[in-house]
Write a protein that binds this ligand. Structure first.
Ligand code: GDP
Ligand code: MG
Length: 297
């Protein structure tokens, strides 16, 4: 008896904040890609490999595409997202059912030259009064592009996510499993540690902290059953440093406590986490500084 298996790469593409990382986390059932209410959390494309069911599917969570690519960081993020478009087997183009607009059109235009199937994912339908409200939008977008499927969903809903995976599976090429079973993500634990600290900074600081925060892992080693992690938080301005540190160090302490708890859960180990805040002016606009932080090509 021969069994057909499907495997391949799937890219989740869309504006920042539409729910790409939330969907990936749901699919993988593990906190890999970091979500937050603020955009630009997923700065590097993140691979997630779903291996729990045969066959493996590799999901690529892309950083959001940014219409305004005014600084080097945004330009890097656009290059990373654009780069994956032409290397995957299926693209899931995601938008927010609550507000679609010019920026979504801009992303859609980027897909005009791809040869793989593209599915339209209208996410966050749970925010609508009723599901029918998504219909006009789905029709409008369905006429703009020849989508292989149109899926209204909530990335937070388990059944919706399973439905999404079923649709994806139909579109993947058949072939033997190629990927190691235990590989959850190709990014190192260092990267995940930095992303968790980033998430806490974003959650705990107000709107006055812009997205110009970079994380550098200075130390990552296991010693006597404790994982020691040292993280440098790079900011643009002295005032931002003061905000992150907080009154008498209260905020940085809270960031550290929350990040350590998540890390201990994720790594299943005791973690000793140290944080420093440093000011490096204009880092987000300096291509060289960016590549030293791992944002290079
Ligand atoms: P990304 O920038 O596209 O990766 O977006 P995230 O996955 O980080 O999600 C951005 C925000 O939208 C987070 O606060 C999520 O909790 C929220 N979100 C994601 N999916 C849904 C959804 O289906 N319904 C609702 N109500 N919120 C969602
Ligand atoms: Mg994301």
């Amino acid at each position: 008896m021969s069994e057909t298996t499907h495997c391949g790469y799937v890219a989740i593409i869309g504006q920042p904040n539409v729910g790409k990382s939330t969907l990936l986390n749901q699919i993988l059932g593990q906190k890999i890609s970091i979500t937050s209410r603020k955009p630009q959390t997923t700065r590097q494309q993140l691979l997630g490999v779903k291996t729990s069911d045969n066959p493996p599917v590799i999901y690529v969570d892309t950083p959001g595409l940014h219409k305004q690519n005014k600084n080097a960081l945004n330009r890097y993020m656009n290059r990373a997202a654009s780069g994956v478009i032409n290397t995957v087997n299926v693209i899931a183009f995601m938008g927010d059912a609550g507000h679609w607009g010019e920026d979504d059109n801009w992303v859609l235009n980027k897909l005009s030259s791809v040869t793989c199937p593209v599915i339209l994912v209208v996410n966050k339908i749970d925010k609508l009064g009723n599901n029918n409200e998504a219909l006009p939008l789905m029709e409008e977008y369905g006429s703009k592009f020849e989508f292989a499927a149109v899926i209204p969903m909530s990335a937070k809903d388990k059944e919706d996510v399973e439905q999404f995976e079923t649709e994806i599976d139909k579109l993947l090429p058949s072939g033997p499993a190629k990927f190691p079973e235990d590989q959850i993500t190709d990014k190192s634990m260092r990267f995940l540690a930095a992303e968790i600290v980033r998430e806490k900074i974003m959650r705990l600081t107000g709107a006055e902290i812009p997205y110009s925060v970079a994380l550098e892992i200075e130390e990552y080693k296991e010693k006597e059953n404790i994982i020691h992690i040292g993280v440098v938080i790079l900011v643009d301005k002295k005032t931002q440093k003061a905000i992150i540190i907080g009154k008498k160090g209260a905020l940085i302490k809270e960031i550290g406590t929350q990040a350590r708890r998540d890390l201990e859960k994720m790594l299943d180990s005791k973690v000793f986490l140290r944080l420093w805040v440093k000011v490096r002016e204009g880092w987000a606009d300096d291509e060289r500084a960016l590549s030293s932080l791992g944002y290079g090509e």
